[in-house]
Design a protein around this ligand. Sequence first.
Ligand code: GLU
Length: 372
Amino acid sequence: MALTIVVKIGTSSLTQPETGTLALSTLALLVETLTQLRRQEHRVVLVSSGAVGVGRARLGLRDRPRTIALKQAVAAVGQGRLIRVYDDLFTSLDQPIAQVLLTRGDLIQRSGYVNAYNTFQQLLRLGVIPVVNENDTVAVEELKFGDNDTLSALVASLVEADWLFLLTDVDKLYSADPRNNPHAQPIDLITHMKQLRDLQVEMGNSQSGWGTGGMITKIEAARIATSSGVRTVITDGKSPANLARILQGEALGTQFEPSPRPVNARKHWIAHVLPPVGKLYLDPGAIKAICRKGKSLLAAGITQIEGPFRFQDAVQLCNADGGEVARGLVNYSSLELEQIKGCHSENIPQVLGYVGADTVIHRDNLVISEEQ
Ligand code: GLU
């Protein structure tokens, strides 16, 4: 069966840690593996970091660029080099590739999201491997994906992938950082994100290594991808050939099973692409109605509002402790909601002086968190 497979590789796997120069043998193995997957008729997308790392090496900069402008300039140097190397390697195996540079801003407009979807579909139909990165050179802070783990999960969802592979510098996920905790337990399979709750406590306490070593963003990526039905694997970036073995059923790395009830593309866009700009705190009755009974959110269940936000902005819905239970697109601005929170729907026209929507968030625009 032809599968759609997204593979993400990070700078630490692509470059030599000491010098920052390219890890050519890893790259060559990756290129060989992905080309083989293409020859088996699978549709393949590569999400590759490395623009900043390669740019630094190219320019002989010893330190990480600190200012935004320097980082963006270095990325512009590195991205060109990186694609050149990929194109040379893939071309030697007759495999066409394409460069796709994205920012969150490109996907926020629903039309932009659909446009990106169509472009990926066309590339995959042409048998091309898109090589994706964040468009670091122009991305502005508030519209960044921030890290390529998140980007790869969003791309996996966008292309309706069957698999997302997150290649990294450890062989799998452990209950703590195996480099400095001898009691760290390997984790082979996560069937539900709820299983990770205990683990997150461990990571949350760690200020070094595991906590900041990239595992949190990988788990977040797994959460995003599995919620839209993508099986996700964290595995060793130095052995890209493992991908084929995993696809044949070997239990390498850590696998996250896809949600049995994946959200549709539009809800995925609401939950993961749109940056939430406000918060609504709900009473327990409203939480039960939206999470357990599939109802829309009404003004009566809202106790507190954090804004400002406008009509149709994305907001987080929280319990009294601030824990997120859902996200959605609001039918009212924060100014209007301040007036009508706690009101029964039939009283809203009287309070506002005009007839608004019956619901504050319609259930079609409401996405319940996986943990609920
Ligand atoms: N987009 C960045 C780069 O190519 C990397 C971001 C990341 O590794 O998460 O250098």
